[in-house]
Write a protein that binds this ligand. Sequence first.
Ligand SMILES: Cc1ncc(C[n+]2csc(CCOP(=O)(O)OP(=O)(O)O)c2C)c(N)n1
Ligand SMILES: [Mg+2]
Length: 329
Amino acid sequence: MADGASQALQMSRDELRRAYRRMKTIRMFEERVEKEFAAGNIPGFAHVYIGQEASGVGVCHDLTDEDYIGSTHRGHGHCIAKGCDVKGMMLEIMGKAGGLCHGKGGSMHIADLSKGMLGANAIVGGSPPIAVGAALTAKMRKNGRVSVAFSGDGASNQGTTFEAMNMAVVLKVPAIFVFENNGYGEHTAASYAVGAPSIAERARSFGLMADCVDGSDFFAVVDGMRRALDRARSEGLPYALETTCTRHLGHFVGDPQPYRTPDELAAARAVDPIKNFRARVTDVKLLDLAELDGIDAEIAAEIEDAAQAALAAPFPDLSTLETDVYSRY
Ligand SMILES: Cc1ncc(C[n+]2csc(CCOP(=O)(O)OP(=O)(O)O)c2C)c(N)n1
Ligand SMILES: [Mg+2]
Protein backbone atom coordinates (compact mmCIF):
# COMPACT_ATOMS: atom_id res chain seq x y z
CA MET A 1 0.00 0.00 0.00
CA ALA A 2 1.42 3.39 -0.98
CA ASP A 3 2.22 5.77 1.89
CA GLY A 4 0.35 9.03 2.30
CA ALA A 5 3.02 11.20 0.71
CA SER A 6 3.19 9.18 -2.51
CA GLN A 7 -0.61 8.97 -2.64
CA ALA A 8 -0.75 12.77 -2.38
CA LEU A 9 1.63 12.95 -5.32
CA GLN A 10 -0.81 10.91 -7.40
CA MET A 11 -3.67 13.39 -6.86
CA SER A 12 -4.06 16.60 -8.79
CA ARG A 13 -3.80 19.90 -6.93
CA ASP A 14 -7.50 20.48 -7.62
CA GLU A 15 -8.41 17.18 -6.02
CA LEU A 16 -6.31 18.00 -2.96
CA ARG A 17 -7.80 21.49 -2.69
CA ARG A 18 -11.33 20.07 -2.89
CA ALA A 19 -10.59 17.50 -0.19
CA TYR A 20 -9.05 20.11 2.11
CA ARG A 21 -11.92 22.51 1.50
CA ARG A 22 -14.47 19.84 2.40
CA MET A 23 -12.67 18.75 5.56
CA LYS A 24 -12.13 22.30 6.75
CA THR A 25 -15.71 23.28 5.88
CA ILE A 26 -16.93 20.42 8.07
CA ARG A 27 -14.69 21.56 10.94
CA MET A 28 -15.77 25.20 10.79
CA PHE A 29 -19.42 24.34 10.17
CA GLU A 30 -19.46 22.13 13.25
CA GLU A 31 -17.69 24.73 15.39
CA ARG A 32 -20.44 27.16 14.40
CA VAL A 33 -23.15 24.60 15.16
CA GLU A 34 -21.71 24.20 18.68
CA LYS A 35 -21.78 27.95 19.17
CA GLU A 36 -25.32 28.41 17.85
CA PHE A 37 -26.55 25.43 19.86
CA ALA A 38 -25.12 26.95 23.04
CA ALA A 39 -26.82 30.23 22.17
CA GLY A 40 -30.19 28.44 21.92
CA ASN A 41 -30.54 28.91 18.16
CA ILE A 42 -30.73 25.20 17.27
CA PRO A 43 -33.69 23.11 18.42
CA GLY A 44 -33.32 19.47 19.50
CA PHE A 45 -29.97 17.75 19.64
CA ALA A 46 -26.73 18.26 17.71
CA HIS A 47 -24.00 15.63 17.25
CA VAL A 48 -20.88 17.06 15.64
CA TYR A 49 -18.33 15.31 13.44
CA ILE A 50 -15.17 17.08 14.64
CA GLY A 51 -12.17 14.72 14.47
CA GLN A 52 -13.77 12.43 11.88
CA GLU A 53 -13.51 14.70 8.81
CA ALA A 54 -11.02 12.53 6.87
CA SER A 55 -13.36 9.56 7.07
CA GLY A 56 -16.41 11.16 5.44
CA VAL A 57 -14.41 13.17 2.93
CA GLY A 58 -12.20 10.21 2.01
CA VAL A 59 -15.22 7.93 1.58
CA CYS A 60 -17.04 10.40 -0.68
CA HIS A 61 -13.94 11.48 -2.65
CA ASP A 62 -14.56 9.18 -5.65
CA LEU A 63 -18.38 9.12 -5.44
CA THR A 64 -20.54 11.08 -7.88
CA ASP A 65 -23.85 12.86 -7.25
CA GLU A 66 -25.54 9.76 -8.71
CA ASP A 67 -24.07 7.45 -6.06
CA TYR A 68 -26.06 7.11 -2.85
CA ILE A 69 -25.11 7.57 0.77
CA GLY A 70 -27.16 6.87 3.86
CA SER A 71 -26.02 8.67 6.99
CA THR A 72 -26.36 8.70 10.76
CA HIS A 73 -27.37 11.02 13.60
CA ARG A 74 -23.81 12.47 13.25
CA GLY A 75 -24.49 13.36 9.63
CA HIS A 76 -23.43 16.98 8.96
CA GLY A 77 -19.97 15.89 7.84
CA HIS A 78 -21.38 13.24 5.49
CA CYS A 79 -23.67 15.86 3.89
CA ILE A 80 -20.81 18.30 3.30
CA ALA A 81 -18.54 15.52 2.02
CA LYS A 82 -21.25 14.56 -0.51
CA GLY A 83 -21.56 18.16 -1.70
CA CYS A 84 -24.71 19.42 0.06
CA ASP A 85 -25.15 23.18 0.20
CA VAL A 86 -23.82 24.59 3.45
CA LYS A 87 -26.30 27.46 3.70
CA GLY A 88 -29.22 25.09 3.05
CA MET A 89 -27.87 22.85 5.81
CA MET A 90 -27.49 25.68 8.34
CA LEU A 91 -31.05 26.82 7.61
CA GLU A 92 -32.28 23.25 8.02
CA ILE A 93 -30.49 22.73 11.33
CA MET A 94 -32.06 25.92 12.68
CA GLY A 95 -35.48 24.69 11.47
CA LYS A 96 -35.90 27.49 8.93
CA ALA A 97 -38.19 27.44 5.88
CA GLY A 98 -35.39 27.77 3.30
CA GLY A 99 -33.55 24.70 4.62
CA LEU A 100 -32.73 21.66 2.51
CA CYS A 101 -35.85 19.91 3.86
CA HIS A 102 -37.89 23.09 4.32
CA GLY A 103 -36.88 23.29 7.98
CA LYS A 104 -38.84 20.18 8.94
CA GLY A 105 -36.01 17.67 9.20
CA GLY A 106 -33.42 19.39 11.33
CA SER A 107 -29.96 18.09 12.17
CA MET A 108 -30.83 14.39 12.22
CA HIS A 109 -32.96 14.27 9.08
CA ILE A 110 -31.11 16.28 6.45
CA ALA A 111 -31.53 14.76 3.01
CA ASP A 112 -30.71 16.01 -0.49
CA LEU A 113 -31.61 13.59 -3.24
CA SER A 114 -30.00 15.81 -5.90
CA LYS A 115 -26.67 14.90 -4.28
CA GLY A 116 -27.52 11.23 -3.69
CA MET A 117 -27.74 12.01 0.03
CA LEU A 118 -30.56 9.72 1.19
CA GLY A 119 -30.72 11.19 4.64
CA ALA A 120 -29.23 11.52 8.07
CA ASN A 121 -30.89 9.02 10.37
CA ALA A 122 -31.78 9.23 14.04
CA ILE A 123 -32.25 5.46 14.17
CA VAL A 124 -28.94 3.83 15.05
CA GLY A 125 -28.52 1.10 12.42
CA GLY A 126 -31.07 2.82 10.18
CA SER A 127 -28.92 3.47 7.14
CA PRO A 128 -27.69 -0.05 6.23
CA PRO A 129 -31.13 -1.42 5.17
CA ILE A 130 -31.87 1.80 3.23
CA ALA A 131 -28.50 1.63 1.48
CA VAL A 132 -29.06 -2.01 0.51
CA GLY A 133 -32.43 -1.01 -0.99
CA ALA A 134 -30.73 1.76 -2.99
CA ALA A 135 -28.01 -0.69 -4.10
CA LEU A 136 -30.70 -3.11 -5.27
CA THR A 137 -32.28 -0.28 -7.30
CA ALA A 138 -28.89 0.39 -8.93
CA LYS A 139 -28.48 -3.30 -9.72
CA MET A 140 -31.95 -3.65 -11.26
CA ARG A 141 -31.63 -0.46 -13.30
CA LYS A 142 -28.06 -1.38 -14.29
CA ASN A 143 -27.00 2.25 -13.88
CA GLY A 144 -23.58 1.58 -12.31
CA ARG A 145 -24.32 3.48 -9.13
CA VAL A 146 -23.05 2.36 -5.75
CA SER A 147 -24.64 2.86 -2.36
CA VAL A 148 -22.77 3.62 0.85
CA ALA A 149 -24.15 3.13 4.37
CA PHE A 150 -22.37 5.14 7.05
CA SER A 151 -22.67 3.61 10.52
CA GLY A 152 -20.85 3.97 13.82
CA ASP A 153 -19.29 1.29 16.02
CA GLY A 154 -22.51 1.32 18.07
CA ALA A 155 -24.64 0.80 14.95
CA SER A 156 -22.38 -2.06 13.92
CA ASN A 157 -23.93 -4.09 16.77
CA GLN A 158 -27.54 -3.59 15.62
CA GLY A 159 -29.66 -6.38 14.17
CA THR A 160 -30.70 -4.16 11.26
CA THR A 161 -27.02 -3.93 10.29
CA PHE A 162 -26.56 -7.71 10.44
CA GLU A 163 -29.65 -8.28 8.31
CA ALA A 164 -28.56 -5.67 5.79
CA MET A 165 -25.06 -7.14 5.44
CA ASN A 166 -26.50 -10.62 4.95
CA MET A 167 -28.99 -9.36 2.40
CA ALA A 168 -26.30 -7.48 0.47
CA VAL A 169 -24.31 -10.71 0.16
CA VAL A 170 -27.35 -12.80 -0.77
CA LEU A 171 -28.70 -10.30 -3.32
CA LYS A 172 -25.19 -9.47 -4.65
CA VAL A 173 -25.61 -5.70 -4.64
CA PRO A 174 -23.06 -2.83 -4.82
CA ALA A 175 -23.47 -1.71 -1.20
CA ILE A 176 -20.51 -0.43 0.81
CA PHE A 177 -20.86 -0.54 4.58
CA VAL A 178 -18.65 2.12 6.17
CA PHE A 179 -18.19 1.67 9.91
CA GLU A 180 -16.76 4.78 11.52
CA ASN A 181 -15.28 3.41 14.70
CA ASN A 182 -14.76 6.46 16.92
CA GLY A 183 -14.36 4.33 20.04
CA TYR A 184 -17.74 5.14 21.58
CA GLY A 185 -21.47 4.57 21.16
CA GLU A 186 -22.85 7.40 23.30
CA HIS A 187 -20.94 6.82 26.54
CA THR A 188 -20.10 3.14 26.08
CA ALA A 189 -16.67 2.18 24.78
CA ALA A 190 -16.48 0.10 21.61
CA SER A 191 -13.81 -1.99 23.35
CA TYR A 192 -16.59 -3.17 25.68
CA ALA A 193 -19.61 -3.24 23.36
CA VAL A 194 -18.23 -4.73 20.13
CA GLY A 195 -17.88 -8.42 20.88
CA ALA A 196 -15.89 -9.34 17.76
CA PRO A 197 -12.11 -8.81 17.46
CA SER A 198 -12.90 -6.00 15.00
CA ILE A 199 -15.89 -4.68 13.06
CA ALA A 200 -14.24 -5.52 9.74
CA GLU A 201 -13.55 -9.05 11.00
CA ARG A 202 -17.22 -9.51 11.89
CA ALA A 203 -18.30 -8.22 8.47
CA ARG A 204 -16.06 -10.88 6.89
CA SER A 205 -17.96 -13.55 8.76
CA PHE A 206 -21.10 -12.41 6.89
CA GLY A 207 -19.34 -13.16 3.62
CA LEU A 208 -18.28 -9.61 2.80
CA MET A 209 -14.83 -8.54 1.73
CA ALA A 210 -13.73 -6.14 4.44
CA ASP A 211 -10.87 -3.90 5.42
CA CYS A 212 -9.88 -1.56 8.24
CA VAL A 213 -8.12 1.77 7.60
CA ASP A 214 -6.92 4.74 9.62
CA GLY A 215 -9.91 7.09 9.45
CA SER A 216 -7.83 10.10 10.47
CA ASP A 217 -5.73 9.70 7.31
CA PHE A 218 -7.60 10.99 4.26
CA PHE A 219 -5.28 9.11 1.89
CA ALA A 220 -5.70 5.80 3.69
CA VAL A 221 -9.50 6.18 3.53
CA VAL A 222 -9.44 6.99 -0.20
CA ASP A 223 -7.19 3.99 -0.76
CA GLY A 224 -9.57 1.68 1.15
CA MET A 225 -12.59 3.10 -0.66
CA ARG A 226 -10.92 2.51 -4.02
CA ARG A 227 -10.73 -1.20 -3.20
CA ALA A 228 -14.38 -1.14 -2.13
CA LEU A 229 -15.47 0.81 -5.21
CA ASP A 230 -13.57 -1.47 -7.52
CA ARG A 231 -15.46 -4.46 -6.15
CA ALA A 232 -18.80 -2.66 -6.14
CA ARG A 233 -18.51 -1.08 -9.59
CA SER A 234 -16.82 -3.85 -11.53
CA GLU A 235 -18.33 -6.90 -9.82
CA GLY A 236 -21.49 -5.42 -8.32
CA LEU A 237 -20.62 -6.90 -4.93
CA PRO A 238 -20.71 -5.51 -1.39
CA TYR A 239 -17.77 -4.49 0.80
CA ALA A 240 -17.25 -3.31 4.38
CA LEU A 241 -14.76 -0.63 5.36
CA GLU A 242 -14.02 0.15 9.01
CA THR A 243 -12.44 3.56 9.55
CA THR A 244 -10.86 4.16 12.95
CA CYS A 245 -11.44 7.72 14.13
CA THR A 246 -11.30 9.76 17.30
CA ARG A 247 -14.27 11.75 18.53
CA HIS A 248 -12.78 15.04 19.70
CA LEU A 249 -15.90 16.10 21.61
CA GLY A 250 -18.77 14.51 23.49
CA HIS A 251 -21.54 12.36 22.09
CA PHE A 252 -23.77 15.44 21.73
CA VAL A 253 -23.04 19.14 22.05
CA GLY A 254 -22.98 19.79 25.79
CA ASP A 255 -22.01 16.24 26.86
CA PRO A 256 -19.65 16.78 29.86
CA GLN A 257 -17.98 13.38 29.21
CA PRO A 258 -17.34 12.22 32.79
CA TYR A 259 -16.55 8.80 31.29
CA ARG A 260 -13.33 9.99 29.59
CA THR A 261 -10.21 11.01 31.50
CA PRO A 262 -8.47 14.31 30.61
CA ASP A 263 -5.50 12.30 29.31
CA GLU A 264 -7.70 10.19 27.06
CA LEU A 265 -9.41 13.28 25.66
CA ALA A 266 -6.10 15.03 25.02
CA ALA A 267 -4.80 11.94 23.18
CA ALA A 268 -7.99 11.77 21.06
CA ARG A 269 -7.75 15.45 20.12
CA ALA A 270 -4.06 15.12 19.25
CA VAL A 271 -5.13 12.90 16.33
CA ASP A 272 -6.24 15.61 13.94
CA PRO A 273 -7.04 14.67 10.33
CA ILE A 274 -6.83 18.26 9.15
CA LYS A 275 -3.39 18.93 10.66
CA ASN A 276 -2.34 15.57 9.28
CA PHE A 277 -3.49 16.51 5.77
CA ARG A 278 -1.82 19.94 5.89
CA ALA A 279 1.48 18.32 6.87
CA ARG A 280 1.25 15.70 4.10
CA VAL A 281 0.48 18.04 1.22
CA THR A 282 2.96 20.70 2.26
CA ASP A 283 5.73 18.09 2.78
CA VAL A 284 5.45 17.03 -0.84
CA LYS A 285 5.11 20.69 -1.90
CA LEU A 286 1.83 20.18 -3.73
CA LEU A 287 0.03 22.90 -1.78
CA ASP A 288 1.58 25.54 0.46
CA LEU A 289 0.47 26.88 3.82
CA ALA A 290 -0.44 30.30 2.43
CA GLU A 291 -2.84 28.72 -0.05
CA LEU A 292 -4.39 26.52 2.66
CA ASP A 293 -4.78 29.54 4.95
CA GLY A 294 -6.45 31.38 2.05
CA ILE A 295 -8.96 28.52 1.73
CA ASP A 296 -9.58 28.75 5.49
CA ALA A 297 -10.44 32.44 5.16
CA GLU A 298 -12.88 31.75 2.33
CA ILE A 299 -14.60 29.02 4.35
CA ALA A 300 -14.84 31.24 7.44
CA ALA A 301 -16.66 33.86 5.32
CA GLU A 302 -18.95 31.20 3.83
CA ILE A 303 -19.90 29.85 7.26
CA GLU A 304 -20.48 33.34 8.65
CA ASP A 305 -22.74 34.10 5.71
CA ALA A 306 -24.64 30.81 6.14
CA ALA A 307 -25.13 31.38 9.87
CA GLN A 308 -26.30 34.98 9.45
CA ALA A 309 -28.71 33.95 6.69
CA ALA A 310 -30.08 31.13 8.84
CA LEU A 311 -30.48 33.32 11.93
CA ALA A 312 -32.39 35.92 9.92
CA ALA A 313 -34.58 33.44 8.00
CA PRO A 314 -38.24 32.75 8.86
CA PHE A 315 -39.57 29.48 10.31
CA PRO A 316 -41.94 27.49 8.06
CA ASP A 317 -45.38 28.99 7.82
CA LEU A 318 -48.04 27.25 9.91
CA SER A 319 -50.04 26.60 6.75
CA THR A 320 -47.27 24.19 5.59
CA LEU A 321 -47.40 22.13 8.79
CA GLU A 322 -48.78 19.04 7.05
CA THR A 323 -46.81 19.24 3.80
CA ASP A 324 -43.49 17.39 3.26
CA VAL A 325 -44.45 14.95 6.01
CA TYR A 326 -45.43 11.94 3.91
CA SER A 327 -44.34 11.03 0.41
CA ARG A 328 -47.19 10.76 -2.09
CA TYR A 329 -46.92 8.32 -4.96
C1 LIG B 1 -32.29 2.16 17.50
C2 LIG B 1 -31.68 3.19 18.40
N1 LIG B 1 -31.20 2.82 19.62
C3 LIG B 1 -30.63 3.74 20.43
C4 LIG B 1 -30.56 5.06 20.04
C5 LIG B 1 -29.92 6.10 20.96
N2 LIG B 1 -28.59 6.45 20.43
C6 LIG B 1 -28.39 7.58 19.69
S1 LIG B 1 -26.82 7.73 19.15
C7 LIG B 1 -26.36 6.30 19.91
C8 LIG B 1 -24.95 5.81 19.84
C9 LIG B 1 -24.49 5.52 18.48
O1 LIG B 1 -23.14 5.17 18.50
P1 LIG B 1 -22.33 4.97 17.17
O2 LIG B 1 -23.10 4.12 16.24
O3 LIG B 1 -20.98 4.49 17.56
O4 LIG B 1 -22.25 6.43 16.53
P2 LIG B 1 -21.45 7.72 17.06
O5 LIG B 1 -22.40 8.46 17.95
O6 LIG B 1 -20.25 7.29 17.76
O7 LIG B 1 -21.17 8.49 15.81
C10 LIG B 1 -27.43 5.71 20.57
C11 LIG B 1 -27.36 4.46 21.34
C12 LIG B 1 -31.10 5.42 18.78
N3 LIG B 1 -31.06 6.68 18.34
N4 LIG B 1 -31.61 4.47 17.98
MG1 LIG C 1 -19.21 5.53 17.78
